[in-house]
Design a protein around this ligand. Structure first.
Ligand SMILES: *Cc1c(COP(=O)(O)O)cnc(C)c1O
Length: 393
């Protein structure tokens, strides 16, 4: 055995001892409420495909057509020769959907956060993050070299205190910019940021605001644009990020904002510049998803998703989230117990992995149930019955 492997096995053992070892599972069905894993069928409560669009016939058709017309790969980065028609079509659709001057698509949401934050911020600057933002935002903030401050989750007083501090710092250096970053709906807790309060604070202090709508795009607001639309705040948020791989059923990430912002990112976002353009199929499918989300069908899909959430929360004995998000965390605490619970559910044909450190803090392990419009009433009922039984046991 090589010295490297010996060391890695030692480290893996440490993870296993802490119940933090993870492994992949081979899913042989499409992403849908019934998953085939190792030849067995499970009811899936772990997908971010909230509207069931990942397997929607129209998305598949759009992807297939894009492959036929534009090929399987995009062949180059966007700034070389890889800017293909499906990318422009998607960016125009996103800007129209989000009602912004422009939009820019990245290959993943992770690359979107990384490229955008590092392009905008430098060691002279200050970045202020909610405690629970996604790893991609934390990594981006660190990589930017900016001074980093973290406010308590959804705590406006804590944010205000940090903004006061940042205003003092800027008194000495007018070049210092301040960027606040939060998710709009939090990926692991399913709760919503107090966006109105954050917007007034950032305006008062002359800071910029970036929100990550990964788990809100397609699900909130009269036109399902996201939580910024729900709270009528879109015009007051400089940088609206989202992903294409959750409710939109495809893959990739986007920034929606001013023309100047997008032009700047095209020139400076390294994860955009030094990376092959998204494959045509992904962009075409995402564009189709945006059309569906905005249509009557989108409204119906959202209605069926919402009608799945309430009975589920009631069965778990958790309060219904407000606004009603499809992410229902069941906090367990201990990593061992969470893994154990997930295993018992699995034995009963329900797939919901334990979410552990480093995705959430140590001792905050949980089962994260996610619901989809594609769940049938009987799926929900089966899960509800089983959960009630396991909870009582
Ligand atoms: C999933 C997610 C991302 C990353 O998006 P990918 O397209 O999966 O890389 C970024 N931010 C949040 C909040 C997410 O949930």
């Amino acid at each position: 055995m090589s010295a490297l492997d010996e060391e890695l096995l030692r480290r893996l053992n440490v993870l296993a001892e802490q119940n933090l070892h993870r492994k992949l599972r081979r899913v042989s069905s499409p992403q849908q409420p019934r998953l085939l894993i190792d030849g067995r069928e499970f009811l899936n409560f772990s997908s971010n495909d909230y509207l069931g669009l990942a397997t929607h016939p129209k998305l598949k058709e759009a992807a297939i057509e894009a492959v036929e017309r534009h090929g399987a790969g995009s062949g180059a980065s966007r700034l070389i020769s890889g800017s293909l028609k499906p990318h422009y079509d998607l960016e125009e659709a996103l800007a129209a959907f989000k009602k912004t001057e422009a939009a820019l698509v990245f290959s993943t949401g992770y690359a979107t956060a990384l490229g955008t934050i590092t392009a905008l911020m430098s060691p002279d600057d200050i970045i202020i993050l909610d405690k629970l933002v996604h790893a991609s935002i934390v990594d981006a903030a660190r990589l930017s070299g900016a001074r980093l401050r973290v406010f308590k989750h959804n705590d406006l007083d804590d944010l205000a205190g940090i903004l006061d501090w940042s205003t003092q710092q800027r008194a000495g250096n007018s070049k210092t910019s301040v960027l606040i970053v939060t998710e709009s709906v939090f990926s692991m807790d399913g709760d919503a940021a107090p966006l109105a309060g954050i917007v007034s604070l950032k305006e008062k202090h002359g800071a910029w605001l970036m929100i990550d709508e990964a788990h809100a795009t397609g699900l909130f607001g009269p036109n399902r644009r996201g939580l910024a639309e729900e709270f009528a705040l879109s015009d007051r948020i400089e940088i609206q990020m989202g992903t294409l791989g959750k409710a939109l059923g495809s893959s990739g990430g986007y920034i929606a904002g001013s023309r100047a912002l997008i032009d700047f990112l095209i020139n400076k976002a390294r994860s955009f510049i030094f990376s092959t353009a998204p494959v045509p199929a992904a962009s075409a499918a995402a564009r189709q998803a945006i059309q569906i989300v905005q249509s009557d069908e989108g409204e119906l899909l959202l209605a069926s998703l919402r009608s799945n959430i309430a009975p589920f929360c009631d069965a778990l004995g958790t309060t219904r989230p407000e606004p009603l998000t499809p992410i229902i965390p069941w906090l367990i605490g201990s990593e061992t117990e969470a893994v154990d619970f997930s295993e018992r559910l699995r034995q009963n044909g329900i797939f919901v992995p334990a979410i552990r450190f480093p995705t959430v803090a140590r001792g905050k392990a949980r089962l994260r149930f996610t619901l989809s419009a594609a769940h049938r009433r009987e799926d929900i009922e089966r899960a509800v019955q089983l959960l009630a039984a396991l909870k009582g046991s």
